[in-house]
Design a protein around this ligand. Structure first.
Ligand code: UDP
Length: 238
C-alpha cells in the first residue's frame, strides 16, 4: 500500500451454526471452505472474526434444562474456543497467518484478549479470531461483536447468515410477500423487531454509528466478497 493509505478494517461474525454445518460439533469441510474464503482476501483488508458457539452449547437452553445459568454460559463460551481453533487451523493451512485471542485466559491454547495487540496483528496482515465471547455470562457473541469492532476500530461489522441472504420485510421462509431490503436503520430494525443480531448488540452499534452488512454465506465466494466490500445483502446503519 502507498504510504498514508489505510486498509479497511472489518469484523466478521460467524455464528456457531456455521461451524457445525447444521449439526452439533465442527464440520471440518465447512470450516475449511470458510477459511479459504477469508484467506482469499489476501491482506487487502484487515480482518478480525468473532466466533459464536451455538453448535456446542447455548447457556439459555442449558439453563432451561436445569443448569445454573452462569455456569452454562461459561460452557457456551468454551464452545466458541473450539470453533476458533478449528478456524485458525484451516486459515493457517490456507496460508493465512492467524492469532486467536480469548476473553477467558488459557495461555496454552490462545493469546489473551489484548486490543492493542489485536490491532498490531491486523496491521501485520494476520487475521485475529476472538473467542470466549466477552468472558462474561449473560452476554451473547453478537454483543461481543459490536464491542470488539468498536474497541479495535473496525469500519464495519459483517454478519454472515446461513439460510438467508439479507434482511427481509418479513420471514421469507414463511411469507412469499417478503421483500429483501438493501438498506435499513437500526431504529427500524429494533422497532420492527427484526432479529439480525440481538437488541443489545444493535443498540450498541446504533449508539456508536457502527454500520453492519448482513449477508448470506451460501452464494459462491460471498464471504470473500463481503470482506472486500461488495455491496451484497443488506446494509444496516444508524
Ligand atoms: N456466551 C456468554 N457470554 C458471551 C458470549 C457467549 O455467556 O460473552 C455464551 C452464551 O451461553 C451463549 C453461548 O456462549 O449462548 C454461545 O454464544 P452464542 O449463542 O452467541 O453463539 P451463536 O448463536 O453465535 O452461535
Amino acid at each position: 500500500l502507498p504510504e498514508g493509505v489505510e486498509r479497511r478494517r472489518v469484523l466478521l461474525k460467524l455464528s456457531g451454526e456455521v461451524f457445525g454445518g447444521g449439526s452439533v460439533g465442527v464440520d471440518p469441510a465447512t470450516v475449511r471452505g470458510i477459511a479459504e474464503q477469508i484467506a482469499a482476501v489476501g491482506g487487502k483488508v484487515e480482518v478480525s472474526v468473532v466466533v459464536g458457539g451455538g453448535n456446542f452449547f447455548r447457556g439459555a437452553e442449558l439453563s432451561k434444562a436445569g443448569m445454573d445459568r452462569a455456569r452454562a454460559d461459561y460452557m457456551g463460551m468454551l464452545g466458541t474456543v473450539m470453533n476458533c481453533l478449528a478456524l485458525q487451523d484451516f486459515l493457517e493451512q490456507a496460508g493465512q497467518p492467524t492469532r486467536v485471542q480469548t476473553a477467558i485466559t488459557m495461555g496454552q491454547v490462545a493469546e489473551s484478549y489484548i486490543p492493542l495487540r489485536a490491532i498490531r496483528h491486523m496491521e501485520k496482515g494476520r487475521v485475529v479470531v476472538f473467542g470466549a465471547g466477552a468472558g462474561m455470562p449473560y452476554f451473547s457473541t453478537d454483543t461481543v461483536c459490536a464491542q470488539r469492532a468498536l474497541e479495535v476500530g473496525a469500519d464495519m461489522v459483517l454478519m454472515a447468515k446461513s439460510g438467508v441472504d439479507g434482511v427481509y420485510t418479513s420471514d421469507p421462509k414463511t411469507n412469499d410477500d417478503a421483500e429483501k431490503l438493501d438498506h435499513l436503520t437500526y431504529t427500524d430494525a429494533l422497532r420492527r423487531n427484526i432479529r439480525v443480531m440481538d437488541q443489545t448488540a444493535m443498540t450498541m452499534c446504533n449508539d456508536n454509528e457502527l454500520p453492519m452488512r448482513v449477508f448470506g454465506m451460501e452464494g459462491e465466494g460471498n464471504v470473500t466478497r463481503a470482506l472486500l466490500g461488495d455491496e451484497i445483502g443488506t446494509l444496516v446503519t444508524t
